[in-house]
Write a protein that binds this ligand. Structure first.
Ligand SMILES: [Zn+2]
Length: 172
């Protein structure tokens, strides 16, 4: 359990009126009288793609904050309505230019260091891709590279560091 607070919204997202407070089952909830809408805070989801073969791993370099300039597994937030596997297929294509062949869920980690979306869940998959030329989304990333597992770059996100340590613990 992370000790984090949800966004402190003050206005109703539907009508723009100031939110009131009501108590529901002992919890204080924000509430819009006009819309009869109660705000139940929820967390977001993301996916990360661990793409490794023959002692090498495919990483992208962040072009933006947080952790600008550090490296990470290709990853991204789940769009509304997407299943994590669909996000994975989309993100792998967008960020690496490669087509996903096979994916297997490794673990779900809870992000502790992303102020844009506190506490979001990241579904990490081990991904096999079709061979091809790598090309990244240049709006999001400044570079993409296959790294030797013995010579890795600086990784920013804590969850990605965890996944890299796990990958290094396997035989590749
Ligand atoms: Zn309202």
């Amino acid at each position: 359990m992370l000790a984090i607070k949800p966004p402190n919204y003050k206005h109703c997202p539907f009508c723009g009126k100031r939110l009131n407070i009501k108590t529901e089952e002992g919890e204080k909830r924000k509430f819009c009288n006009s819309c009869n809408w109660t705000y139940y805070p929820h967390v977001a989801g993301a996916v990360g793609a661990v793409i490794a073969k023959k002692g090498k791993v495919l990483m992208v370099q962040r072009k933006r904050e947080p952790y600008k300039g550090t490296w990470m597994f290709p990853a991204g937030f789940i769009d509304y309505g997407e299943h994590p596997k669909e996000t994975l297929e989309r993100e792998v294509k967008e960020e690496t230019g490669l087509r996903l062949v096979k994916a297997e869920l490794i673990d779900v980690l809870q992000s502790e260091d992303d102020y844009r979306s506190l506490g979001h869940f990241c579904f990490f998959y081990r991904v096999e891709v079709k061979n091809g030329e790598i090309k990244t989304d240049e709006e999001e990333n400044s570079d993409i590279k296959w790294f030797d597992l013995k010579k890795l770059p600086k990784i920013g996100w804590k969850g990605h560091q965890v996944m890299m340590r796990r990958l290094l613990g396997e035989k590749n």
